[in-house]
Design a protein around this ligand. Structure first.
Ligand code: RNT
Ligand code: ZN
Length: 414
């Protein structure tokens, strides 16, 4: 008897799509999974409240409190996510076994050695982020700060992070993507919009001027429209960040929570690909604002992944997740988000993209619409199940049992 997968394979073959090739491709797409979903962006510095205009809400039990707990939780999540991925670490996740916390400008590779051990043992890479928030000196701005001493502190932090990124790349053998995002901005109407941006530009120039190996470290710059308590002005706006990245030949990063609600990153991906060899993404889910809800298999996630695939840009777009929900089981949050990105990628790989483009170019818009609609009800779920099987990962309907078990045995005891 024909298996469910074989019958799905035939349906796809009828429209010219090779499901085995799609599965194979998906198995080789590595997504950078953010560690900060596991502990609500707290880190290991005992820094107190999360600042910088971002917010986690909820107090679901079981958040990781130590590096050991966070790493164990990451392992649990990775065991339920098909394929091999990378971890994305923030500078506030330095590890201080003697309890002596190094300030942000004094962080060294040694403070991240346990992360390297973790990654090496699992054969994965590490991406990195300087942390320009949740710190007493970040209260009135970091890289834009008019106080030169404070600004210099944050420049030193940026350079320290480049050194740590180089260390990650050398040790793991995978290039390290280092993303710069600062929250700097104003709650109310500024008297000077140019000054902070000029200082931001100069600070970034100083950080990048430290000298680093561009083959080991890809510096990305993330833009934003506004943050909580910073509603009127953001120094690192879309225009600022994109212009900076392009003139300095670093990589622009788009977080799909960082635009006006009717703007879509899916449309921006091909626009930026015209001019940039590489671009980077933070995949998140904004609900009315940059709320950082768990990524789902929704329209915009599908549309973004379609653009990456049909622009033939899987090796040019760096995909990372970025969200933090403290109101639900955090392992499930990781797994749902990562699997949703993968489902969206699979959906994109299972489209007859060449044929659909040809219909567009021929001006055959009626048939284009018909075919696009028909593709929606093809048996992608059966291909997804086969993908999970080939990856050796529990399929839908099975993996959540393991999360429940882990919650009972591990998380509930924290
Ligand atoms: C904030 C940005 C930024 C952070 C992380 C923690 O709005 O999206 O990427 O979420 O650095
Ligand atoms: Zn982001």
């Amino acid at each position: 008897m024909q298996s469910i997968y074989d019958s799905a394979k035939e349906r796809y073959r009828a429209i010219g799509v090779d499901t085995d090739a799609a599965i194979e491709k998906l198995l080789n797409i590595h997504i950078s999974m953010h560690v900060w979903q596991g502990d609500d962006v707290k880190g290991f510095e005992n820094a107190g409240a999360l600042t910088g205009g971002i917010q986690t809400t909820g107090n679901y039990p079981g958040a990781a409190r130590t590096p050991e707990e966070l790493m164990a939780d990451l392992d649990k999540a990775f065991s339920l996510i098909p394929g091999k991925h990378k971890i994305n670490v923030h500078a506030c996740y330095g590890i201080f076994p003697d309890g002596k916390i190094a300030d942000r400008d004094a962080l060294t590779p040694a403070h991240f050695a346990p992360w390297v051990d973790y990654a090496k043992k699992r054969g994965i890479g590490i991406d990195f982020n300087p942390t320009f928030f949740s710190h007493p000196l970040a209260e009135h701005g970091t890289l834009t700060n008019p106080n030169e001493e404070i600004r210099a502190f944050w420049i030193r932090h940026g350079i320290a992070c480049i050194r740590i990124s180089e260390y990650f790349a050398k040790e793991t053998g995978f290039p390290c993507v280092m993303n710069i995002w600062i929250p700097d901005g104003m709650k109310d109407i500024p008297a000077d919009r140019l000054g902070p941006r000029m200082r931001y530009m100069d600070s970034l120039d100083q950080i990048l001027g430290c000298g680093y190996d561009k083959k080991l470290v890809y510096v990305t710059l993330e833009s934003k429209v506004f943050g909580i308590g910073l509603e009127s002005y953001t120094a690192g706006s879309g225009e600022f960040a994109l212009s900076y990245a392009m003139t300095r030949k670093i990589v622009p990063l788009m977080d799909n929570g960082h635009y006006h609600p009717t703007e879509v990153v899916s449309d921006k991906i091909p626009a930026l690909l015209c001019f940039n060899d590489k671009i980077a993404l933070h995949v998140t889910r904004p609900v009315r604002w940059d709320s950082d809800h768990v990524v789902r298999y929704d329209d915009e996630t599908q549309e973004m992944m379609k653009e990456i695939v049909r622009c033939d840009a899987l090796d040019r777009v760096v995909i990372a997740t970025d969200y933090f929900d403290a109101s639900i089981n955090r392992i499930a949050a990781w797994v749902v988000g990562m699997r949703s990105v993968q489902k969206a990628l699979l959906g994109a790989l299972l489209l007859p993209n060449k044929e659909l483009k040809a219909l567009q170019d021929a001006g055959n818009f009626t048939e284009l619409m018909v075919r696009q609609e028909e593709c929606k009800l093809l048996p992608m779920g059966d291909v997804w199940a086969e993908f999970c099987k080939r990856a050796g990962t529990p399929g839908d309907g099975v993996w959540f049992e393991e999360v429940k078990q882990y919650e009972k045995e591990v998380l509930a005891k924290r």
